[in-house]
Ligand binder design. Structure first.
Ligand SMILES: Cc1cc2nc3c(=O)[nH]c(=O)nc-3n(C[C@H](O)[C@H](O)[C@H](O)COP(=O)(O)OP(=O)(O)OC[C@H]3O[C@@H](n4cnc5c(N)ncnc54)[C@H](O)[C@@H]3O)c2cc1C
Length: 496
């Protein structure tokens, strides 16, 4: 299940793992768009920077995204304006416009071959959904009030009836190629990028990080891990969801150009060219983590089939989102530690938020003023704007805890778990995550998430164990794929 962006990817030069202790000015955990954007100004200012990446450069949400860059939010400008008022809604657009321009400037400066292109974004309704509560006039008004160049259009270039708002001068690129290009530039600046190096512990008091093979002392630590590792206050109110993508080749050769958000309900469409091959992709079927939709990929294929002249399907993949309770991301210094920064709560808009986060955090470390530091600060408390989501999210976590601990069925026999399937069951009072491989081997792990002791759920679409509480995901050997957990699921009868 590889994203379309991996086509033709050369990856980034590997550095041997750390074998002894190291000392740096800044340790950045995570080589997605956030971590690498932050690394560049820091290295250029002469600081010794090390990037530690659990997998490969861009292999997290950045490489699983749609590659759209826009100044508004995919969830709409009107809801943002409603929650925060005109002034803040316009600030968001200005900050995000600056971040898109920053991406464009870096692409040009380092000649990054990532197909960066200015494109319009469309927010569209279709005939069936025109009465479904989408107030396009309200959205148009909010976009105009925020200073965007917009117009109502009757046609969008899609081969089915749809109309709505066109936002001029947004952008698209290949997000994986972009961060690989940034990584190459960073290597040229002397930054150490260690891939396959998961950080297992961060001790901000002592300014130390530990990997499986060594430890690092750092004056500043940046958690560019999409959600902070370990236990953090911000996780309490942040729902986690997954969204799916499918790409296809069309017989007609008629590929729409632009960013298309179709509210029928929400599907995002765009095209992409790799060499002589042209693809259309659709993104959608979002659901809370742990509530699996076995049908997600099939539904997306059906969606394309019903609307386009599909010749064949190509890639399919999925990625994760964390949504903040007040609708704005958390960026910068964390509670209790001036040497520890984070960036999270990006929802579906994090290529731009991540770029902005990298710029803000680098300025904080370098003690430079940044106009957006206070607005998106990670220490802010906004009860009036976030209380409802905090309550909802904590009720949901508590419900999962109670339901999953009390409701997990007893397993009479493992024979009922077929090849490729997984099940959580109580065996001798212990909650176990049991998976049978396609080859028939049984893999048995503790079902207790090491992050905050919730019970993981089987994800049949991606063959992973997912924690519905705060977003940790584990592979069938129990190794952490993503999320706040530092450690793997305990092997049965033992602990990691
Ligand atoms: C389906 C989908 C489509 C999207 N499309 C768009 C879009 O078109 N436009 C947009 O603006 N946003 C989009 N987003 C959101 C966007 O992809 C993310 O918000 C953004 O990529 C986050 O970047 P990041 O660098 O913060 O995190 P990531 O890219 O996830 O990078 C974090 C890195 O940290 C690493 N890491 C984690 N734990 C450790 C550890 N212990 N040690 C070392 N490394 C670790 C991970 O391996 C990962 O590489 C989309 C999201 C989804 C789900």
């Amino acid at each position: 299940m590889q994203a379309i962006w991996t086509l033709g990817s050369k990856g980034v030069a590997e550095h041997p793992p750390l074998v002894e202790d190291a000392e740096v000015d800044v340790a950045i955990v995570g080589a997605g768009i956030t971590g690498l954007t932050a690394a560049l100004p820091l290295a250029e200012a002469g600081l010794k920077v090390m990037v530690l990446e659990a997998g490969t450069v861009g292999g997290g949400a950045t490489g699983g995204s749609t590659g759209n860059l826009y100044a508004t939010l995919a969830s709409g400008q009107a809801p943002l304006r409603h929650k925060w008022g005109d002034e803040v809604a316009a600030e968001v657009v200005r900050a995000r416009t600056g971040a898109v321009d920053h991406v464009e400037a870096l692409v040009q400066r380092f000649s990054i071959d990532c197909q960066f292109r200015r494109q319009p974004a469309y927010r569209l309704v279709t005939e069936e959904r025109q009465h479904a509560g989408h107030d396009l006039n309200e959205e148009l008004d909010a976009l105009v009030s925020a200073g965007l160049d917009v117009e109502m259009v009757e046609e969008s270039g899609l081969p089915f009836d749809s109309w709505g708002i066109r936002i001029a001068h947004q952008a698209q690129f290949n997000p994986l190629r972009y961060v690989e290009g940034l990584a190459d530039a960073l290597l040229g600046e002397g930054v150490l990028i260690l891939q396959h190096s998961p950080v297992r512990e961060i001790d901000a008091d002592k300014g130390r990080l530990r990997t499986d093979t060594g430890s690092i002392s750092a004056k500043h630590i940046i958690q560019a891990t999409h959600t902070p590792k370990g236990i953090s206050l911000v996780q309490a109110g942040m729902p986690v969801s997954r969204e799916y993508a499918v790409s296809a080749r069309l017989r007609s050769g008629d590929y729409p150009e632009g960013i298309f958000w179709v509210l029928d309900p929400f599907h995002s469409l765009r095209s992409y060219r790799h060499g002589d091959d042209h693809y259309l992709m659709v993104i959608g079927e979002k659901h809370p983590l742990g509530h699996h939709q076995v049908e997600a990929y099939r539904n997306l294929r059906d969606y394309l089939d019903a609307r386009f002249d599909v010749e064949s399907f190509a890639q399919q993949w999925s990625a994760q989102q964390y949504t903040s309770p007040d609708g704005l991301p958390y960026i910068g210094r964390m509670h209790g530690h001036d040497n520890l920064c984070m960036a999270t709560g990006f929802a579906a808009d994090g290529l731009v938020w991540g770029t902005l986060a990298g710029m803000i955090i680098a300025d904080q470390v370098l003690e430079r003023d940044n106009p957006w530091e206070a607005r998106f600060g990670a220490r802010r408390i906004t009860p009036g704007k976030s209380a409802r989501q905090y309550v909802k999210e904590n009720v949901s976590v508590t419900k999962h805890m109670v339901k999953d601990y009390l409701g997990t069925e007893k397993l009479e026999s493992v024979e009922c778990i077929g090849p490729g399937q997984g099940r959580v069951a109580t065996v001798d009072g212990e909650k176990l995550a049991i998976h049978r491989t396609e080859a028939g081997e049984l893999k048995v792990l503790s079902a207790v998430c090491p992050h905050m002791k919730c019970i993981v759920h089987w994800n049949p679409s991606e063959a992973s164990w997912d924690c519905p509480c705060h977003g940790s995901r584990f592979d069938t050997d129990g190794e952490v794929i993503e999320g706040p957990a530092y450690h793997s699921l305990a092997k049965c009868g033992g602990r990691d």
